[in-house]
Ligand binder design. Structure first.
Ligand SMILES: [Zn+2]
Length: 351
């Protein structure tokens, strides 16, 4: 017990020091050191949800919240000062040789299609006059079909149980809501590693396992509907594909991957009455993409696709392979100085 406390005290001293150093680097401008060497690169930000995960009835998956509206606004102010925000159309025009891109070009993107993008992010983007791209998982738009992480988070939040079974047959207990949240996040993370079918089985059994019933249409309010998509589309927000059902594309048969990649494109084009040009890979890490997935994306008619590997991508690299453009993942625990570090090219070399 004693040694555990010492460990956590050490950790907290360590993180306080890092926070102080980061703030100092932010205030003095050191945080932007070296950026001029990467001025000819595309910095792409990746957001998911813009909301307050600390509100007391927040019962969906909180790690998916990228920033509160206030923090998002501060981040947009920072971009306005230090970057040149471009649209996806600008990037496509540049790829096709029809225009140039400014130095410090930045693209703002959102994944999945949560309603809070429309309610909270869209007004802030409009205030800044910033374009952005939202990648839609079309099977979840305008439906009551939640993502598995949100069903799981709902069940953990509302259960009266104090334990859960993991697929490796271990049981995990909790004594309070803090411990329960940790178990919940671990359980959801554990699901990612399972084959799709097994994952679906575990998730569909979870309400039973935790003795929770989910109200009809509960999740419809979590996602955007097509009218909201069209309204934003008419006002400077662009849309792209993010599959139909959000599988990790390297873990399903190639033919199914093709259906997922093409399916989201066809549905968005039908709803907007216009072609779309870009795609974001679900999960987007190294093991979630490979050359054949990139080729499928190319063959589906997309002109560019985005990963979740750290850092900016140089203009030259984007031209060489527009199907592996890097994006910087933003999370709600990031402070503004940490955000400034994430958008520094040095982030490219972070593990
Ligand atoms: Zn996603």
């Amino acid at each position: 017990m004693y040694s555990k406390q010492t460990e956590s005290q050490k950790k907290s001293i360590h993180s306080t020091i890092i926070k102080k150093v980061t703030s100092l680097a932010f205030e003095t401008g050191i945080i932007r050191a070296g950026r001029q060497f990467w001025s000819k690169s595309l910095t792409v930000l990746n957001y998911h949800r813009i909301d307050d995960p600390h509100q007391k009835d927040f019962d969906s998956f909180s790690p998916n919240v990228s920033a509160s509206p206030e923090e998002f606004n501060r981040q947009m102010d920072y971009l306005a000062r230090w970057f040149n925000v471009v649209s996806l159309q600008d990037v496509i025009n540049w790829l096709d040789g029809r225009q140039t891109l400014p130095p410090y070009a930045t693209l703002i993107t959102f994944d999945d299609g949560y309603l809070d993008n429309y309610i909270n992010a869209y007004p802030i983007l409009r205030q800044h006059n910033f374009p952005a791209v939202i990648y839609l998982t079309t099977g979840h738009i305008d439906t009551d079909t939640p993502f598995y992480w949100d069903i799981a988070a709902y069940c953990f939040f509302h259960t009266k149980a104090d334990h859960v079974l993991f697929p490796n047959n271990t049981e995990r207990l909790w004594k309070n809501s803090g411990e329960r949240d940790k178990v919940s996040h671990n359980w959801i993370e554990f699901m990612k590693a399972l084959p799709e079918i097994q994952k679906q089985n575990w998730v569909s059994n979870l309400p039973n396992q935790l003795n929770v019933s989910i109200p009809h249409d509960y999740f419809r309010k979590l996602m955007m509907n097509w009218d909201q998509v069209r309204e934003m589309h008419n006002n400077g927000i662009e849309f792209g594909g993010h599959t139909v059902n959000h599988p990790i594309l390297t873990r399903i048969p190639p033919n199914q991957a093709r259906i997922e990649i093409e399916g989201s494109k066809a549905e968005i084009e039908k709803q907007l009455g216009q072609p779309i040009y870009s795609f974001a890979y679900p999960n987007g890490k190294e093991l979630d993409i490979n050359t054949s997935i990139e080729n499928l994306t190319d063959q589906a008619g997309y002109r560019a696709a985005f990963t979740l590997l750290n850092g900016p991508t140089s203009f030259q690299e984007v031209k060489q392979n527009p199907y592996a453009i890097r994006r910087i993942f933003i999370g709600h625990k990031h402070t503004l100085p940490q955000f400034a570090i994430l958008v520094n090219p040095i982030n490219r070399f972070r593990a």
